[in-house]
Design a protein around this ligand. Sequence first.
Ligand code: NAD
Ligand code: TYD
Length: 344
Amino acid sequence: MITGGAGFIGSHVVRLFVAKYPDYRIINFDKLTYAGNLENLKDIENADNYVFVKGDIVSVEDVKKAFEKYEVTDVIHLAAESHVDRSIEGPMDFVMTNVVGTVNLLQQAKENWKEGEHVFHHVSTDEVYGSLGEEGLFKETTPYDPRSPYSASKASSDHFVMAFYHTYGLPVKMSNCSNNYGSHHFPEKLIPLMIHNVVNNKPLPVYGKGENVRDWLWVNDHASAIDTIFHSGRIGESYNVGGLNEWKNIDLVKFLCQLMDQKLGRSLGESEKLITYVKDRKGHDLRYAIDATKLEKELGWKPSITFEKGLEDTVDWYLNNSEWVEKVTSGAYKDYYENMYSDR
Ligand code: NAD
Ligand code: TYD
């Protein structure tokens, strides 16, 4: 069972598993919040080895029913509230889904997996490690120091996952990944939001001075890392996932603007004029950067493409899928945008 399989990363994981493992029955368990979208999986919805179940990981009944009906043998857990800015506005949804929902899944796995071989793979973030200064990288041994309500909820869920391993012997694995980018990314996060605004000639809201650094990984490379860790990682271990690809936000936005000038046939420098510096995010973590040596050395994983290629593919996807963008940005997105950016 893959939870959160209708979201950004989840849909890439589901698609990979459905295509690569015809003998598995892939259950996509998702509540379809604003971030979940079955349009993301149109191409595989009729596959023989695929089932979609609408359910809430917080509900004991929903999760118990899915475990029993489909005799769930393994879980890859991606369902979450995932946006830092939303967590600052309202932390409680993050506590419910990320903490309570994760513990509910762990409980059901423990109840249902009395014998046989199983894996509970918890997908988490590098944000649990806190904020780096100019130097250094997050390792698996870096102490947890979450600073936003989002990262605090993910850190808590990680601790519960490891607690179920140590206390009950639940066969868990964990991965902590850096920022993802790619197709089907909801335009509340930096890269798809900037692409969307460039296309529509709207201001590009860069928080603070744009000096914060993020380490970007192509979403399909994250999906391949999850595949590798799920199948070959050691029980009870966590693996950091990242591609040594650090960018200051402002440099990334400028690079993206140049790429989009080319794609849209605009003169060089035109899109950059849309950059607007806005009020900083509260408690804005300065820098994230991942050391993925353990995953590379132990399991032989590495990213498959360069950032330049991945970003170009991503921009092409958004330009060729304006209907998808139109659907997800009509309705509630407009209110979100107004609320988040109007007096910034
Ligand atoms: P997303 O917000 O795009 O998708 C989340 C999915 O979970 C949606 O399909 C949503 O409908 C579903 N969901 C939310 N609450 C649910 C609930 N209560 N019950 C069932 N389903 C529910 O998130 P994403 O960016 O795809 O992230 C997936 C996972 O990867 C998350 O656990 C996130 O913390 C982690 N992660 C994300 C990134 C990133 O850059 N996006 C990086 C590292 C780790
Ligand atoms: P985001 O995509 O929200 O991911 P995260 O906060 O999980 O790293 O943001 C990435 C970086 O971009 C982060 O430093 C905040 C910044 N940012 C902006 O400058 N403007 C924006 O409109 C958004 C959404 C993010």
